[in-house]
Write a protein that binds this ligand. Structure first.
Ligand SMILES: Nc1ncnc2c1ncn2[C@@H]1O[C@H](COP(=O)(O)OP(=O)(O)OP(=O)(O)O)[C@@H](O)[C@H]1O
Ligand SMILES: [Mg+2]
Length: 248
């Protein structure tokens, strides 16, 4: 059985794609077979691991997922590339219900060979994110430790509850991840405290520090483990992978 994790938060720039790439890569390095699905028309997950967006979104094609999955420079990690086509975004988003059915059946027919499927979502509460939530076992929410973080999170959690109620009652909160963490900033420490007081155990013990190596890696098409194996960022993403594996 594969585990499908979707990385979502409607706030932009909180580290969704960075987490999708490095979690997927780290899990692959631990010996698992991973499929990373890029659902965001920005296609950052695709270019960030050194691949190219495609003209037609693979989830819209009536062929098994495996056929459109491409190898990456990380062993064990395959990618279903994103598409920048407006038409495809529209098609994927227009009818959440039927797209979901197709995606779920494609995932079932195509992902038996993967241990984990990781989906990178766009920064929105819209149909693409809803599609991803409806096909996932768990949702992982990265948040940046700043003033508006909690507000965004509340909306996201409402959407997750709605999807659980109406579309996918197997969906679980996989965890909240604090990103771009700077322990020297009072605000970071305050948000950390607040989020843990409010959400308790679902917050990952691991925090991802602000680390320039993490932001440089995708411009080389690499994950943080390959780009800078001795960095704090690398260590933190490996820790995150271990927590995700332990939470099974
Ligand atoms: N821990 C970190 N330390 C330093 N820079 C980071 C870190 N995590 C992410 N970044 C940088 O912050 C920016 C936003 O990150 P990322 O693209 O992962 O966010 P996102 O939530 O996927 O954004 P979007 O909502 O646009 O999809 C990127 O330039 C990324 O390289
Ligand atoms: Mg992104």
């Amino acid at each position: 059985m594969s585990r499908t994790l979707c990385i979502a938060n409607q706030k932009g720039g909180v580290g969704k794609t960075t987490t999708a790439i490095n979690l997927a890569s780290g899990l692959a390095m631990s010996g698992s077979q991973i499929l990373l699905i890029d659902l965001d028309p920005q296609c950052n997950a695709t270019s960030g691991i050194g691949c190219k967006p495609v003209g037609r979104h693979p989830l819209l094609e009536q062929v098994p997922i495996r056929q459109n999955a491409v190898d990456t420079n990380c062993e064990g990690l395959q990618l279903l590339p994103g598409s920048r086509s407006f038409k495809d975004v529209d098609l994927l988003a227009r009818d959440v219900g039927s797209v979901c059915e197709r995606v779920v059946s494609q995932l079932e027919s195509g992902t038996g060979l993967y241990d984990f499927v990781v989906m990178d979502c766009p920064p929105s509460l819209g149909a693409l994110t809803q599609t991803a939530l409806a096909c996932s076992d768990e949702v992982l929410m990265p948040i940046q430790c700043e003033y508006f973080a909690m507000e965004g999170l509340t909306q996201m959690i409402e959407l997750v509850r709605e999807v659980i109620r109406t579309k996918n009652n197997a969906l679980e909160f996989g965890g909240i991840l604090l990103t771009m963490y700077d322990a020297e900033l009072e605000l970071t420490v305050e948000v950390d405290q607040q989020v843990r007081d409010f959400f308790g155990e679902i917050v990952f013990d691991t925090v991802i520090p602000r680390d320039v190596n993490i932001s440089e890696a995708p411009s080389h098409g690499q994950n943080i483990m390959d780009y800078s194996p001795r960095s704090r960022g690398c260590r933190s993403y490996i820790e995150l992978c271990m927590e995700v594996l332990e939470r099974d």
